[in-house]
Design a protein around this ligand. Sequence first.
Ligand code: ATP
Ligand code: MG
Length: 473
Amino acid sequence: MIKKLLDKIFKPKSKKNEADKTTKATPSRPILGTKRTAKKGRNHDKHDALIIQHKTHQIDRNLLSTAAQKTIDGLQKAGFEAYIVGGAVRDLLLSRIPKDFDVATDATPEEVNRVFRRSRIIGRRFRLVHVLFGDETIEVSTFRGSHLESSGDSKVNDSGRIIRDNVFGSIVDDAVRRDFTANALYYDPTSQEVLDFHQGYADIQAGILRMIGKPETRYAEDPVRMLRVVRLSAKLGLKIDNATKAPIAKLADLLQDVPPSRLFDEMLKLFLSGHAIESVTALREQHLHHGLLPMLDVVLEQPMGERFVMLALKNTDDRILSGKSANPSFLFAALLWHEVLATWQTYKSEMPPIPALHTAMSEVIASQAEKLAIHNRYTATMKEIWGLQPRFEQRAGKRPFGLLIHPRYRAAYDFLLLRCESGELPMELAEWWTAFAEAEGEARTAMLQADTTPKKRKKRSRKKPATSAAPEA
Ligand code: ATP
Ligand code: MG
């Protein structure tokens, strides 16, 4: 009912869309597509877009999620332009299954919000709309304008970093603000055309990741793009274009300015991409790891630490590539373990081992947080995984039974395996725990080691002399 009403309200725009659809140019570039003048956006000049037809790009629109399809339909029926944009188009062209779908439109967030009953406007830096369909959410963004324009709500700091950019614009402006040419393609599943403003299609075909515009300026605007280029190239097997790669090493320090929580989000994406090993290796090659994971700098420089971290990353990559989930707490616990070990060692001379471990854990997390704020929900689990490690060395009495039923036993045991595989502890310890967990009844009890820890003697209560006895009430 409401939708019908909305359809009526927006009908005039629908007509505009229909008219545009008939203005397609005849094919003049058969290899990639045809050039045509893009739809005129709000207060913007006409620009050329390359139109890639279905017979060339061969994207199967059935690969779009139903939610993505419905979002596009809803917006287009209401008279707006709407495209699948960014990573999803790139992934479809690379014959990969996109992990999510983003939509770009000329409708304002309020207009999008009015089209979809189950939607909400989010975001402070740039307002977006989340359209909800069951457990899938489609992120819809209004075409963004140039932050260099004097009008609108935009701001750049002294080093050229964009700190606020609430400016709407045309599709042409929107494309130029995206990071890489491969990420600036707009797919309309209705016409099955891909709009390409920056030769992204050709770059994808050539396997190249290329920055739109002048790389130095674009990294200065947003230093996180340096991490994105490394991550996307590792994940997608694309080669970084030389001019895009060249300025990275010299601009690496700009990452120091990025808020720690944003760095954490980006590093999490990198570690959980299924290509963490390649990404970390590339970060080191580009000198980007310094200061990012400050502890990691040190750890990667010691053979034992490096071996442990690489094993943990390999473990995570294998899990993700075989469709399993990976626990970020486990991963960050692994990345920082050798730093915890070293700090623990220093505190052991000042206090008993267990308090020393807990002091070391808190110290490592606190100093790490200055650069990369690991969310609290992860640090609690990291501490549990670390804190359980000494208990694996106790194989007598009732203690091993207690550890087996601890809620974090599984993660802590997997962590122990990594420690043994990396050579930090004898493999025999891991084998013992594997066998102990599998054994049952008598066999399990028979595995226990002789209890050599001195038994705590019960204090005998000495009879107090009758004179000092408390007076009876
Ligand atoms: P992934 O597959 O990892 O999600 P993605 O390219 O889709 O990769 P998102 O973070 O989901 O990454 O971003 C969606 C799109 O938004 C990108 O494809 C790109 O067009 C644009 N974008 C994201 N981050 C930036 C940035 N820092 N600068 C410019 N454009 C960006
Ligand atoms: Mg994405």
